[in-house]
Ligand binder design. Sequence first.
Ligand SMILES: [Zn+2]
Length: 99
Amino acid sequence: MFAPNPEYRAGRDFASTDHLAADAVVAYVDGVLRPDACARVEDHLRLCAACAADIDAQATAAALLRGSCDVSAPSDLVGELSQIPTREYHVRDLDRRSR
Ligand SMILES: [Zn+2]
């Protein structure tokens, strides 16, 4: 005979005993996790030195990228990008094929 498990919560995508997935580490460091997911990550981090080290490494890498990359695009880049479809496709050829 089966009895319901009161500990089971359907739809839970992350248990505090599971290690953090790489995308969860990045999302946590970037501050884009939902508050409930963020709380589960923090619960796990209190128990898991390995994931805490992953978080530290990701935070360090993110800070280095923010500090070292002064990325700027040439002012005419948007104009160049907008020309790509008209350069790559010949509208007349596409019209002929569709007939
Ligand atoms: Zn872990």
